[in-house]
Each structure stands twice: as C-alpha cells, then as structure tokens.
Design a protein around this ligand. Sequence first.
Ligand code: NAD
Ligand code: MG
Length: 353
Amino acid sequence: MKRIALLGATGSIGRQAIEIVEAHPGLELCAAASGSSPLDDVDAPLKQVGGDLTELLERAQPDVVLNAVVGFAGIHATLWALERGVDLALANKESLVAGGELALAARNRGGGRLLPVDSEHSALFQLLEGRGLEQVHSLVLTGSGGPFRGRTRDELADVTVEQALAHPTWRMGPKITVDSATLANKGLELIEAHFLFGLPYERIEVVLQPTSIVHSLVRLRDGATLAHLGYPDMRVPISYALTYPERAETPLAPLDLTSLTLQFAAPDLATFPLLALAREAGEKGGTYPCAFNAANEVAAAAFLAGRLPFLAIAEAVADALAHADGAPARDVEELLEADAAARRLVEQGLSVA
Ligand code: NAD
Ligand code: MG
C-alpha cells in the first residue's frame, strides 16, 4: 500500500487525484491539506486547512507527497519531500521554478524520486526514461496557446477575466488558466523542464499544438523525434506519478487517431511576452526565476481580481525582473526574501495605479 499525502486536495488536480486514489486498491490517502476550503468530504486520517504543510507531513510520514498546491506556497512541502528522500509527485511547478537549485540540492542529499505531474513534463519523463542525455538533441514542450492564440496585442487590450478563463482544451484552477492565456504557464514550464531534465535552455523549444493531443516531444541526436500523445486529461499524468513505475489502468478511452488534427505553430513571442521573459529569467539564473514567478503570481491574482488589465500582467513582471537583483539564494530564507521583494515591487505598482 502506497500512502499518499495530498496537498491541495480541494483543487482541480487534488480532486482528480482523489478519483485516482479511490479507484486503485494499492493507493490510500494518509493526509490531505487545503489552503482555506473545507475538507469535510475528503476521506483521510489527517486533514489540515491552512497552516504549515511540513507539520502535517511530519505527522503523516507519507510514502509519496503529491504537491498540488497552487503557487510558491508549495515550496516548503517540495523541499521537505526532496530532503527526506520521500517520493515527490509534483504538480506545484512554481516551487521548482522558484527554488530549482535548492530543490535539486535537496534531492541529491535525500535521494528520492521527483515525478512530474505537469502533463508536458510527465510526457518528457516517459520519453526520456532509460535514455542517456547524450542521446538527446533537444526537448520540445507543447502548449495549446490558450484562449487568445492568434490575437494581436490590440485585441488583447480589454479582454475580460471570463474570456481568459475559457481555456480551449484543459479545465484547471484559475491561476494556471490565466497563466495559460498569457503564456506565463509555458514560461514556467520551460524553467521547470530545465530543472527536471538538466538540459540548457537553448535545447528546450516551445511549440504550439492547439488541440493538446501531443503532450511534448524529444528530438534525439540521430534525427528521430519521439512524441507522447493522449487526450488532454490530467488523470493520466497523476495516475502515472502515483503508481510509478507500474502504470495503472485509467478509465480513459483509447485515442481515436482518425479523428485527430495535429497542427503545430510557433508561439507569438511579441504578443505574449511572458514566455520570452521566462526564458530570459531562466538563462540568467540565480533568483531571477523566483522573481519571475512571484511577480507573475501577484499580477495574475490582480488580473483575476479586476485590478489589472490583461496586458499589464507582462508589464508588471518585466518591471519586477528589471528591478530584481537576481543573486542566487544560498538557503530557503534568501529564497523567501527574493520572492517577497518581487511581490512588493508589483504590489507597490498596483497601489500607485
Ligand atoms: P486550484 O486553484 O484548483 O487548487 C489549488 C489547491 O491548492 C486548492 O486545494 C487550495 O486550497 C490549495 N492551496 C492554496 N494555497 C495553499 C496553501 N498555502 N496551503 C495548502 N494548500 C493551499 O489549482 P490547480 O489547477 O489544481 O493547480 C495546482 C497546481 O498544479 C498548480 O501549481 C498548477 O500550476 C499545477 N498544474 C495544474 C494543472 C491542472 O490541470 N489543474 C495542470 C498542470 C499543472
Ligand atoms: Mg502543463
């Protein structure tokens, strides 16, 4: 029996994870946590709403931590699992983006597995399994392009929250859905892929695949390109991470190949600047990715609250990056400081506006 601590149990990933756990006799929840929503309908021996996630994890002593918290708030749980060699099924990409170096150092000490839940990274993990990196030419991350793919900047000036939340292929929580509309999500995923797979940024490409059937690709040095296909359904990567390495059955229908359209397009970096800003932050390293993430969290939340227009999200992040010192964080306290500094900068801009 694998005992799973589910953090973010009331969210989009959390709900689907409960479905997977309930359907699998070899999995059980030993703990569940949320930020503020009640957990009354979640069946777990230990439950916690708000508070310190690492205290819950200490009590639960899980075999697997499924970190499905949204945002940088997931950082302590990510580091807790990696440091102790407890398997980490990671949906909470923000913690790896912001704390990549500290997280990898913790994993090297702890020796546990880091199993990506993000669909693109789960695909890449599967495509790369058992393969030496010397065989790999580059990674290709796919993205749908979000609800505003094909629009011009002018056409984005007064898009509403409701329009941004109407994602064409995935049903997800509000923050990641806004990030998908701005392409900040693909930017976060680029940095996530760098830390997960250890390839330099120039060997990680982003391409749009509007129907979200191709979850990512790996180009090998001999010219072969491997792709991972499936319906856009998070239950597959959740199940893969939770049942790894055995890979359990899920209730999904087999892919109907004759009804698919598989087109690819380059992302429009000028209209959606957050992807290029993320690449730049990733290449600069240090705490630039942390600043990118923090600024984006505050700006995306402000957009959702009706306090910031859509195009100002990228402007706020660019401004925060221009003012960030980017110095590497030697420990988690320094990381928290870099996160807080970038948040303050965006918040000051919001209160002036
Ligand atoms: P969501 O908003 O639906 O759910 C977030 C969950 O986190 C909720 O249960 C909330 O209570 C909890 N939470 C927030 N702050 C917390 C805190 N301080 N302590 C404990 N719990 C807290 O978000 P989601 O769409 O499920 O996304 C969760 C994570 O998974 C994000 O990092 C997202 O980028 C990633 N992800 C989601 C999807 C998806 O399909 N939803 C796909 C890929 C990656
Ligand atoms: Mg993804």
